[in-house]
Design a protein around this ligand. Structure first.
Ligand code: HEC
Ligand code: HEC
Ligand code: HEC
Ligand code: HEC
Ligand code: HEC
Length: 369
């Protein structure tokens, strides 16, 4: 008896996402939290939907075409404020993303995040448990006032303090074949830094129009799409010259791999300038390719990792080039990425979308000898 009820409980909570589906729209927060709203508005959290994110849309469309699914299970993390989230997650129902449904366009809304009470751990992906009281928000605990619009939960929510609030969606995403598509190594301890301190650093400006705090936590969510310059300090590039070769060291001082999503590919470009003539040396590629039967495949079909050269958490990667540097030589190093691996850009029909096809520079450095 006991095992049965446990299994049932497990199934229900994996899919039900706690059945709370009414959230104040993010626009409501703009009046009093204007700066936070502006940052959020441009972030991937506000734009995580099929209608606003062309990369997400392309992968979803491909999945629909190939599997004939009529359930937008992605909603669990991409549109958690949807009023029909239950249907999206319940096997056998029909629930597709709907451009005309305002709750679908809310994506990962202000009120959604600020009502995450706790997080349940599950094998496939974790589940956020949402507080039952609407218009009562958890926060950083920095408020000195009450808000005329909403209550502030004063009881401790450890998750907001230690950065765990993110791991309901970011911890892992295991597909039906049991392959973990994306992992942030949540069990990796880091001294004095966590998801929030790195991705939501304190920036200038008050956090509400009714008070005058000097700083607020950045809500643009620095990442591979936007504001990556804010994260550049966590990755060091240095160069070591030897007699007949040199080594570029990339020191990733973050708690997870340099890039996480399997669509990404990072590239290190190295060139040497001598007497005004520039020589491009071989590029180094960092990628994690997933697939089936040894061939790359789309995420829902993949059952294994077929290649992984991504720079891991806390890894210092040495990239060696057989090139003899001379006095006066200048070495230019550029570390950056494609959000969508150029090898699949066309298969996804994304070749004309700048966001998917362009090379994004993360860090540039020059060394003169
Ligand atoms: C368990 C939560 C979760 C589920 C379920 C989920 N995703 Fe995601 N997805 C994420 C997170 C977190 C990111 C950001 C990852 C990153 O940038 O490393 C993401 C990013 C993406 C991206 C990259 C988007 C971009 O603009 O770069 C694509 C594509 C994507 N997801 C497709 C899907 C599809 C299609 C589904 C449903 C079949 C789905 N995801 C289900 C959590 C999830
Ligand atoms: C009418 C003005 C007003 C509106 C609208 C408003 N807030 Fe607030 N909010 C405040 C004030 C005032 C504070 C407290 C500021 C202080 O103490 O300095 C606050 C504080 C907060 C805090 C901080 C809690 C803490 O202690 O860290 C959060 C989180 C928050 N609001 C979320 C929201 C969300 C989400 C919305 C929209 C759904 C919203 N607010 C809409 C006025 C407002
Ligand atoms: C409700 C689920 C959910 C929660 C909670 C959540 N995220 Fe996300 N996050 C996503 C999804 C889904 C995406 C991908 C959106 C897209 O690209 O379409 C994303 C994207 C991001 C990105 C952008 C990645 C890129 O490639 O640019 C960053 C950074 C990020 N999240 C950090 C955080 C942090 C930090 C927290 C905790 C404070 C957090 N997230 C909480 C679901 C979530
Ligand atoms: C992905 C989750 C997420 C989303 C979406 C989100 N927040 Fe936050 N917010 C947080 C976290 C985590 C903190 C605590 C940051 C800290 O401790 O430094 C926070 C802090 C705050 C604070 C406290 C003041 C501060 O700067 O420390 C306010 C006010 C706030 N958020 C309002 C909003 C509003 C308004 C929106 C939408 C426009 C929003 N948040 C969207 C996660 C989120
Ligand atoms: C020590 C700082 C640090 C910590 C702690 C950290 N990150 Fe990151 N994160 C980075 C850096 C650096 C990058 C790579 C640069 C970029 O994407 O702009 C990154 C990238 C990301 C991306 C984008 C990856 C992609 O492929 O699109 C997501 C999503 C993300 N982090 C989420 C998280 C979450 C969730 C946590 C907590 C479990 C976390 N990070 C903890 C520094 C950190």
């Amino acid at each position: 008896m006991k095992t049965i009820s446990l299994i049932l409980l497990f199934c229900i909570s994996v899919f039900a996402n706690d059945s709370v589906h009414e959230f104040a729209p993010s626009k409501d927060c703009q009046k009093c939290h204007a700066q936070i709203y502006d940052e959020f508005y441009g972030s991937m959290h506000s734009n995580a939907t099929v209608d606003k994110d062309v990369i997400h849309k392309a992968v979803w469309n491909k999945q629909v075409a190939m599997t004939k699914t009529e359930q937008y299970s992605c909603g669990k993390c991409h549109t958690p404020a949807a009023d029909n989230l239950d249907k999206m997650l319940k096997e056998g129902e029909k629930a597709l993303p709907d451009a005309k449904n305002a709750t679908h366009q809310e994506a990962i809304s202000c009120a959604y995040c600020h009502r995450i009470e706790k997080i349940e751990e599950h094998k496939q992906s974790n589940t956020n448990i949402i507080s039952k009281t609407s218009k009562e928000y958890y926060g950083s605990g920095r408020s000195s006032l009450d808000s005329p619009y909403h209550k502030i939960k004063t009881d401790e929510n450890e998750n907001f303090k230690n950065g765990n609030i993110c791991v309901g969606c970011h911890s892992h995403n295991v597909n039906k074949a049991g392959l973990n598509l994306c992992s942030t190594n949540v069990n990796k301890e880091m001294n004095e830094s966590n998801c929030v301190s790195c991705h939501m650093p304190k920036v200038d400006g008050s956090f509400s129009s009714l008070t005058d705090t000097k700083t607020h936590s950045f809500h643009g969510f620095a990442g591979a799409h936007n504001n990556s310059n804010m994260l550049a300090k966590h990755v060091d590039i240095s160069l070591l010259k030897n007699i007949d070769h040199f080594i570029v060291n990339i020191d990733n001082r973050s708690s997870h791999a340099l890039l996480l999503h399997p669509a990404r590919v990072a590239v290190l470009k190295i060139s040497v300038t001598r007497d005004e003539k520039t020589t491009e040396l071989e590029k180094e590629i960092f990628v994690r390719v997933i697939g089936k039967g040894g061939e790359p495949s789309m995420p829902w079909m993949a059952d294994s990792v077929i290649k992984d050269t991504m720079i891991q958490a806390n890894e210092k990667r040495a990239v060696k080039r057989e090139f003899k540097l001379e006095k006066g030589d200048k070495v230019d190093v550029v570390l950056g990425w494609f959000l969508v691996n150029p090898k699949v850009v066309e298969a996804l029909g994304l070749q004309d979308e700048k966001v998917a096809a362009e090379f994004k520079v993360f860090k540039k450095q020059s060394f003169t000898f």
